[in-house]
Design a protein around this ligand. Structure first.
Ligand SMILES: [Zn+2]
Length: 357
């Protein structure tokens, strides 16, 4: 589930002042997790932003091979990938139905113009923490090393405030990053906005996995996860609703955090850069995390390092990879590792808008 019911209810009053229509609710897709041992075919696209470094076709092959291997070891599922279709970031984002895009846009915190409403960020994070049933001790065990020493949160609201501050400070650092052309990586286009990628599946998206060299770093009033906040709003991958997808969702995957060699990425990776081969293989292994969301609807067993579904801390993808142990993280061995732990949901009103387009 990638957006909050509360936000959707608020939204429906904004859109429809007379009150909510009965279909303006979040609903589960009802698509069952697939059984272990299945062979699954996935359609793959590479969405390129020409301004940013990109993986070569041979890197993409290595990436997908690593995804296949990791998914088989940890989930017992055989993945088959289509030929990779190359497209552009802009062509894909143009698939979003304009009405849906408009309805979702007010969840974006505008950090570029400085006009965003800062006060709404911490309550948005708190809402997500509460919706996911996050325990303070678990979240702190995960986030504590990456919060400033001055932050001593003793409750979920205090943690939410600390996370909002850290997210905005690190997002400013992403904002300062320059591309090879000397202009900001996060330019004035909305390509970096997670909300747009989260909305892409309301269009007729003909892919199950969208790999992109786009840096997605942004702040939202809804669905901000702990691991995303401490990275400065950076998204490595997201699995979210797709109205045409056979699994009810599609995966967005950014290679930028693996290939970028800026000082900020270097530091957040634990003071290292990856070779071209390492970037492809680590990225591919970590993409299996999203496959776990896509096919099995697993949750996040924070801190269980043996599990693919434990999000990497910051950009420590190598440490994440080295902690994996399929024997110590079987399907069903933890609540978050039960198939169907987080069923995919969609907004019924937005789907109606998309179909009426
Ligand atoms: Zn995840």
């Amino acid at each position: 589930m990638t957006a909050s019911t509360r936000a959707a209810l608020l939204l429906c009053f904004i859109l429809l002042p007379t009150g909510c229509r009965s279909d303006n609710v979040w609903r589960h897709t009802g698509i069952a997790p697939i059984p272990p041992g299945a062979t699954i075919h996935l359609r793959v696209a590479h969405a390129v932003n020409d301004r940013l470094p990109r993986m070569t076709p041979s890197q993409l092959d290595s990436l997908l091979a690593a995804t296949r291997k990791t998914a088989l070891e940890h989930f017992g599922v055989y993945l088959e990938f289509s030929e990779v279709t190359e497209t552009s970031v802009d062509a894909l984002l143009a698939l979003i139905p304009p009405q849906v895009r408009q309805a979702h846009m007010n969840e974006i915190y505008d950090f570029k113009s400085g006009t965003g409403d800062r006060k709404r960020l911490a309550p948005g994070i708190l809402n997500t923490l509460q919706e996911r049933g996050t325990k303070l001790a678990d979240a702190l065990a995960y986030a504590r090393p990456y919060l400033p020493d001055t932050a001593q949160p003793r409750s979920l609201p205090e943690l939410s405030t600390a996370l909002a501050e850290v997210m905005l400070a690190r997002l400013d650092d992403w904002r300062a990053l320059k591309a090879a052309d000397g202009k900001p990586v996060l330019d004035d286009t909305p390509r970096n906005e997670w909300i747009l990628w989260d909305t892409l599946g309301y269009g007729a998206l003909p892919y199950d996995v969208v790999i992109s060299n786009q840096l997605v770093a942004s702040a939202e009033f809804t669905a901000v996860e702990v691991h995303t906040a401490i990275r400065g709003g950076l998204t490595t991958g997201t699995t979210t609703f797709s109205r045409t997808g056979p699994y009810g969702s599609f995966v967005f995957w950014s290679t930028f955090p693996f290939t970028d060699t800026s000082a900020q990425s270097h530091a957040l990776r634990g003071n290292e850069d990856y070779s071209a081969t390492q970037a492809a293989e680590l990225s591919g292994a970590y993409l299996a995390h999203e496959i776990g969301h896509l096919l099995f609807k697993f949750g996040h067993p924070f801190g269980h390092q043996a599990c693919v579904m434990n999000p990497a801390s910051m950009l420590h993808y190598r440490a994440w990879y080295e902690g994996l142990d399929a024997r110590r993280c079987r399907i069903g061995s933890l609540p978050e590792m039960r198939a169907g732990a987080i069923p995919e949901a969609y907004n019924a009103a937005w789907l109606r808008m998309a179909r009426e387009r």
